[in-house]
Design a protein around this ligand. Structure first.
Ligand code: HEC
Ligand code: HEC
Length: 414
């Protein structure tokens, strides 16, 4: 009896050593990584195209990071020397899968907000009740702007607020998917004194809508060395109660969850590309001024909270040779091919690479909406082709000719 028990145990142990998932994985790492990369890139492509595919993508990602954890792949020097890029990418992409890391940063949300409070607090002078009342509704927006003009009359030229209202062509507010009206106020900072520029954006309730929009967002840019700026984020919610002052508190602090801002804000601050005609002619100058100001910030960095280089190169970064292989020699002569140059400006040293994870809304809008690439005149059909080719080239999983994301995930650490 006892002997048979021991034999049984030895049998089980031998089996575990040989056949455990980790042992199998480590004995054939290449096959495992290749299979996972293909599954990941395909799921990412589907999730890029449709939110419905997001759960499936998250399942693939969670599976990969569970293996990395259970098999201690990040601590395995042999594995890491060959697949370090893969490991680091997956760990970075999975940050917002951890509870309390909804922003997708390496520290918990609570710590992020505690450490960055001074950068993302809404300035006191925008907490005035008269202003908050006026800015909450479209009908009284004029009064809110008069208030801002009055503030400006007392401010130095370099400190004057730049503001205008517009309609977003991209997204609703976190508390109301159907609310597209905004008042944006850029509050100039002072880089030498460590005070960032704050871009404070109020969601404005639609005409005659009953329920008022709550969201107020801040993105701040603190210019640093080497033409880079550190970018910080925070959403807040207003609370309206009859007979009480309007209060403002952090969205996350109120238990209303948060978003992975960087996924859309690849360039840190985003330029404003509003619905055509939604900016008053008298405010066009302010729109131009804020977009000009955005260009002075240089390359976006996210402090020590995210190393976005781990996500690799972005759209259009394939070599000409690889592109020719994929789309044929005749294509590379076309005006669409000549417009596949996003990477010249959207890279780590300049505006930030357009790499996965990313939101399709911004990319498709800038390309098919005619804003990008700068300086190219393309027909509507060509823009559509450009967009489709960029996506195909980025997410391709062909074995013989992998796309940009797959190539990055299979590359070695430098
Ligand atoms: C789904 C994509 C998406 C996400 C996620 C997102 N934003 Fe934005 N955000 C945009 C777009 C696009 C704009 C540009 C204005 C527009 O077109 O609506 C913008 C503009 C802003 C602005 C105005 C200043 C600027 O950069 O233009 C602020 C402030 C802002 N976002 C804050 C945030 C914060 C804080 C978060 C995270 C809690 C966040 N956003 C998450 C898409 C997004
Ligand atoms: C010559 C430089 C240049 C090229 C090439 C270029 N862009 Fe841009 N892009 C910019 C600048 C500058 C902005 C800021 C807005 C503006 O000035 O209109 C911008 C803004 C954007 C934005 C919004 C900000 C962000 O980072 O999300 C997107 C999306 C974008 N470009 C996508 C593309 C795509 C896709 C291509 C290639 C088809 C492309 N761009 C090619 C310079 C460039």
């Amino acid at each position: 009896m006892r002997l048979s028990a021991i034999v049984f145990c030895l049998f089980v142990l031998a089996n575990v050593a040989q056949g455990s998932p980790c042992a199998r994985l480590k004995s054939q790492p290449e096959a495992w990584v290749n299979a996972k990369v293909d599954a990941f890139v395909s799921a990412a492509r589907a999730a890029y195209q449709s939110d419905n595919a997001l759960p499936a993508y998250e399942k693939v990602l969670d599976g990969i990071t569970a293996s990395i954890r259970q098999c201690k792949l990040a601590e395995d020097d042999t594995f890491r020397s060959r697949y370090g890029v893969f490991v680091e990418y997956m760990q970075a992409a999975a940050l917002d899968r951890h509870p309390n890391h909804e922003l997708g940063f390496v520290v918990p949300d609570e710590q992020y907000f505690a450490e960055t409070r001074q950068y993302v607090e809404i300035p006191e002078f925008l907490m005035d009740q008269n202003f908050l009342q006026a800015v909450s509704r479209y009908e009284t927006l004029g009064r809110a702007k008069s208030f801002l003009r009055q503030l400006n009359s007392r401010r130095e030229t370099s400190e004057k607020l730049i503001f205008f209202s517009y309609t977003s062509r991209h997204l609703g507010t976190p508390d109301n998917d159907d609310s597209y009206r905004r008042l944006l106020i850029v509050v100039p900072g002072n880089a030498e004194k460590g005070v960032p520029d704050k871009w404070v954006q109020f969601g404005v309730t639609d005409p005659a809508a009953r329920v008022r929009v709550r969201n107020v967002s801040v993105v701040s840019a603190l210019p640093g060395a080497d033409r880079t700026s550190n970018i910080y984020f925070k959403d807040s919610f207003r609370t309206y109660r009859r007979g009480h002052p309007i209060t403002i508190a952090g969205r996350w602090e109120l238990g209303e969850h948060d978003d992975n801002c960087v996924q859309c804000h690849k360039s840190g601050i985003l330029p404003i590309f509003p619905v055509a005609g939604s900016v008053d002619p008298a405010e066009q100058e302010a729109l131009l001024a804020v977009n000009q100001r955005f260009l002075t910030y240089g390359s976006p960095r996210f402090g020590s909270y995210l190393d976005e280089r781990k996500f690799g190169p972005g759209l259009s970064s394939a070599s000409l040779e690889v592109r020719e292989q994929r789309f044929g020699k005749s294509f590379t002569e076309s005006s669409v091919a000549k417009a596949m140059t996003c990477d010249a400006c959207h890279n780590h040293e300049r505006l930030g690479a357009l790499n996965w994870p990313v939101d399709r809304v911004v990319i498709s809008s800038f390309v098919t909406g005619g804003q990008m690439p700068l300086g190219h005149q393309l027909k509507v059909s060509e823009r559509r082709e450009l967009y489709n080719k960029l996506i195909q080239e980025y997410f391709a999983t062909d074995k013989a000719n992998p796309g940009i994301l797959k190539s990055w995930l299979l590359s070695k650490l430098q």
